[in-house]
Design a protein around this ligand. Structure first.
Ligand SMILES: [Zn+2]
Length: 266
């Protein structure tokens, strides 16, 4: 495989030397890839905007001994040129950071590639519809987080206790609120919650528990099957973002830099 072609999104860009960039790509064919774009930082680069953040392009790569080099690029979707809304840009940065952080290199995850494609279409539409209106994208972020986690096999358990397996259906939860534990992998029933806090010497006592009201929990459950368009129309006040964010952070093993940057700007 000296030369190969991929359909890929640009997740991340880092400068290399005077004029080059190292790109982290997410491709349909091979999942996450790292490749060099030579001369891309020169004003007269042959690549133009085809290798910008979150651009989707058809690329040809040459597999060198240590690095893969991009030899040609054809832009598939230009919608991101219009991403000037700070909220949308920080959401896109967050999505790129999470996918980069959670994916193994050279492992195709078609569901994630399709999700990025859907994300690009849904958000391009938003920008077109509503260019001047500031909006909250919290509910869309929740849907994205759940879909990313689910594509990677990390979907939170929301129907049964993640510790003991008891089906929880619509029963009231501990203290009238749903208790979720990223460490346990989802909902935790009242019994397991009490058990966790009373066992002597149990290091799990310090586990993070996120509590949601029944309204927030129902939004979380329905977000599992929501399209991104539905995410865009869900009122932000009901978004259970504390919960999904805690699950993402647990799998990332750290807090998101993109979210911290967005929070600092607000
Ligand atoms: Zn339980």
């Amino acid at each position: 495989m000296k030369t190969y072609s991929v359909d890929a999104f640009v997740l991340r860009m880092r400068p290399l030397g005077e004029a080059d960039r190292i790109l982290t790509l997410f491709s349909a064919e091979h999942g996450k890839l790292t490749a060099v774009a030579k001369g891309v930082r020169k004003t007269q680069s042959k690549f133009g905007a085809r290798l910008d953040f979150m651009a989707r392009s058809a690329l040809t790569l040459h597999a060198g001994r240590s690095l893969h080099v991009i030899t040609s690029a054809r832009l598939i979707r230009t919608a991101w040129e219009r991403v000037v809304e700070p909220e949308l840009y920080s959401l896109a940065s967050y999505v790129a950071e999470v996918i980069d952080g959670l994916c193994e290199p050279d492992l195709a995850v078609p569901e994630l590639f399709d999700l990025l494609t859907e994300f690009q279409s849904a958000t391009a539409q938003t920008v077109a519809d509503d260019a001047a209106a500031p909006r909250s994208l919290d509910a869309l972020r929740v849907v994205m987080e759940l879909r990313i986690l689910s594509a990677l096999g990390f979907a939170p358990e929301l129907d049964a206790c993640a510790r003991c397996g008891t089906a929880l259906g619509r029963r009231p939860f501990a203290g009238g609120k749903a208790a979720l534990s990223p460490e346990a992998g989802g909902l935790v029933c009242r019994r397991c919650l009490d058990l966790g806090s009373s066992e002597e010497g149990d290091t799990r006592r310090s586990f993070l528990i996120v509590k949601l009201t029944s309204v927030q929990f129902e939004v979380l459950r329905s977000a599992r099957d929501s399209s991104l368009e539905e995410g865009l129309t869900t009122p932000a006040f009901a978004a259970p973002e504390r919960a999904t964010q805690a699950f993402v952070q647990h799998h990332l093993g750290r807090a998101s830099k993109a979210l911290a940057a967005a929070g600092g700007r607000r």
